[in-house]
Design a binder for this molecule. Structure first.
Ligand code: IMP
Length: 421
């Protein structure tokens, strides 16, 4: 069974936890896009892990983890992640494999990311400043450096010299300080030596595993509406966060995939700029007051709103979602009334899809239906039938409106706070 897991909203849907739970049934866990802009939080007993590049499958012994060709890898960040895991008692040797064709994030990518945001001023994207956009830009422009280059000292030195020269000229235009070739070279080469044992041809590795009937879980990062093609462009990330990205980012064909699981919160959140039709200050205040909805990577307070079924229906269409995992239900436990957006109104017109023009989407007024709140804590509930009836009604309604089968409901960050339907 090969499963693709995607975020059905704007990222931060609680994918890390669901991936961790689904990993139990998988032999391999594969990241296929994004970089260390992602932050997947997993709790194992009292220990909290935030993983940015390494699949959270690493926390379960015997699982093999792969960073696929579609990921952009910050080698320094990755070495830190490996070291932190090892300090916490999780060994990566023999269980982590990194594609030799995955592209590198280098210091000039981060610097240019930050400079571009500053220049954009009020029109900024609100990126994580991890250099993701410029790294993918270099990949598409065919001037990127890859892991295969990093682990080859001569090739790396030669290619880096040219890239530093060009990027220093760009940084000069921004009025930013130039980078020292030697400093970057030495730091990255040291990381290259450390990563070398993990770098391999992951395409062959995965196909060999499939030939032996291994189960693979493809873990998506970010969410559907941050997709470079299908998201709220330009307020998006620079990769395909939708299910197709799992195929191109790993080299596994679409007809080898068996199911797509979409993860969504019982409400909506977004970090960074761009339209969020159901945004609501009261819900944001309530959730932040509960200490919830602060970013795992940047610590930024997330924007919050009511559940938007126009968006999640769209996500079902784009990703081919078969099953839904709905998370953070417990975040709504205290409300008298819970609202769900079922359509948008623009002037006199009512629409039930996401318009492509962000200027139009920004003007969309949500049309809501209301559900009575259950006003009971759900965080200790372990079985579907023990959930308050009103909470079950709400979950069934958002699953029907989204157009996919409800398979998992989650009421807290721990593995035990998960119900299978
Ligand atoms: P970038 O990926 O750093 O270029 O950021 C582009 C947009 O995607 C910004 O709005 C970020 O806040 C958002 N973004 C990137 N990664 C994540 C994530 O893992 N969760 C939620 N939002 C993200």
């Amino acid at each position: 069974m090969n499963t693709i897991l995607v975020g059905a909203q704007w990222g931060d849907e609680g994918k890390g936890k669901i991936i961790d739970v689904l990993t139990e049934q998988a032999d391999y866990v594969v990241r296929t896009q994004g970089g260390n802009n992602a932050g997947h939080t997993v709790y194992v007993g009292p220990k909290k892990y935030v993983l940015h590049l390494i699949p959270s499958g690493i926390l379960r012994k015997k699982k093999i983890c792969v960073i696929g060709n579609g990921v952009v890898v910050d080698p320094i960040g990755l070495v830190k992640e490996i070291d932190t895991l090892e300090k916490l008692g999780t060994k990566c040797d023999g269980r982590l494999f990194i594609s030799e064709t995955a592209h590198l994030v280098l210091p000039y990518h981060r610097e240019i990311d930050a400079q571009r945001e500053t220049v954009k001023g009020k029109n900024k994207i609100g990126t994580t400043k991890r250099g993701i956009g410029p790294a993918y830009g270099d990949k598409v422009a065919r001037v990127g450096l890859r892991l295969i280059d990093l682990v080859n000292p001569e090739v790396f030195a030669e290619k880096l010299k040219v890239r530093i020269k060009e990027n220093n000229a760009i940084l000069k235009v921004f009025g930013a300080k130039p980078l020292s070739y030697k400093k970057v070279h030495d730091e990255y080469r040291a990381a290259g030596d450390r990563l070398k044992p993990f770098v391999t041809n992951t395409l062959i590795l995965l196909h060999k595993a499939m030939a032996k009937n291994a189960s693979i879980l493809f873990e998506g990062a970010q969410g559907t509406f941050l997709d470079i093609d299908h998201g709220t462009y330009p307020y998006v990330t620079s990769s395909n966060t939708t299910s197709g990205g799992a195929c191109t980012g790993s080299g596994i064909a679409p007809n080898r995939m068996d199911r797509v699981v979409g993860v969504m919160k019982a409400y909506t959140t977004r970090v960074g700029e761009g339209p969020l039709p159901t945004e609501n200050a009261e819900i944001a205040d309530m959730l932040h007051g509960m200490g919830r909805e602060f970013g795992a990577t940047t610590g930024r307070a997330r924007r919050c709103g009511w559940f938007d079924s126009v968006a999640t229906r769209h996500a079902t269409m784009v990703n081919g979602i078969d099953e839904l995992a709905i998370t953070n239900l417990d975040g709504l436990d205290t409300l008298d009334t819970v609202k769900v957006c079922i359509a948008y109104r623009i002037g006199k017109q009512k629409i039930d899809y996401i318009p492509n023009d962000v200027a139009i989407l920004s003007k969309c007024e949500p049309v809501y239906v209301e559900f009575p709140g259950w006003k009971t804590p759900t965080d200790k509930v372990k079985n579907w039938k023990d959930l308050p009836a009103k909470a079950r009604t709400y979950l069934k309604a958002i699953s029907e409106l989204t157009g996919a089968k409800l398979a998992i409901a989650s009421v807290g960050p721990a593995r035990e706070q998960t119900m299978f339907l």
